[in-house]
Design a protein around this ligand. Sequence first.
Ligand SMILES: Nc1ncnc2c1ncn2[C@@H]1O[C@H](COP(=O)(O)OP(=O)(O)OP(=O)(O)O)[C@@H](O)[C@H]1O
Ligand SMILES: [Mg+2]
Length: 282
Amino acid sequence: MSSNLSSKPNHPSSGTRGKVEIQGVSRHYPGAEKPAMLDVNLTIEPGEFVVIVGPSGCGKSTLLSMVAGLAKPDKGQVFLDGKLIKSPGPDRAMVFQEHGLFPWLTVTQNVEFGLKMAGVPPDQRREASRKALDLVHLSEHTEKFIHQLSGGMKQRVAIARCLVMDPAVLLMDEPFAALDAQTRTMLHEQMQELYVEMKKTVIFVTHSVAEAVRLADRIIVMHANPGRVRRDFRLNLPHPRDFDASDVAYYMKTVRKEIDDEVNAHAGASRRVSEGVGSYEI
Ligand SMILES: Nc1ncnc2c1ncn2[C@@H]1O[C@H](COP(=O)(O)OP(=O)(O)OP(=O)(O)O)[C@@H](O)[C@H]1O
Ligand SMILES: [Mg+2]
């Protein structure tokens, strides 16, 4: 795979699409003891790669669902490019841990499915799917069925299926969590490459600090019970990132400590959890 990312800008010039504003959002699921999200405020700029981390149950998936328009806030509002999000729309696409592809369709047919539903003519669909599959390095596998692909290839088809719709925002909920370490590393490289190419806002949820530090422009660490923003780190580091470099190691350590402190705080440990939102920049 060719990638000379270090020569490219860390923040792609993304144009004007893809600004996400989460304003005072709370969500309390019926029957739950505490709110899944409480008064969350977050502004994500067009083209930013934001990774959300935090302990299980801190509201990461809930936050993505709000942006996707799959769940509604009890309080507050979410805007995309100044427009209130009320329901799902083609300007937002979601990639889940489970790829959710149709096994009875080929790779190309899966990628074209959304366009077909939208009434896009076959020649335009074919051109769009060809480009998207090229971006995720699957040009050689377009006529295969899903069961003929590896786990990493399936996730790449799922990403291509989103890209083909040309969303302003790509929402990714632990998309690589089920994959082995080697495949993940390869997908991280491709994700960075893709990010530089596509210039879209990405909101990416993971449990892996290494994944977060590898990919993010910005890492949001969340509190649990109720879900809130705990820390907001801005990483002004070039790609690809060398894990032996001191600034990368600094973020690995600091973000991991934030999560450990959060988990320990809930486990009743004596470590003190500082309240509020901090912002770190180097
Ligand atoms: N449909 C639902 N009904 C009731 N409670 C829910 C529902 N969905 C989520 N919750 C609760 O809301 C809280 C936040 O859940 P959410 O799935 O957003 O967390 P998460 O950070 O994505 O967790 P994980 O890392 O395990 O995926 C949890 O306490 C969860 O039990
Ligand atoms: Mg989740």
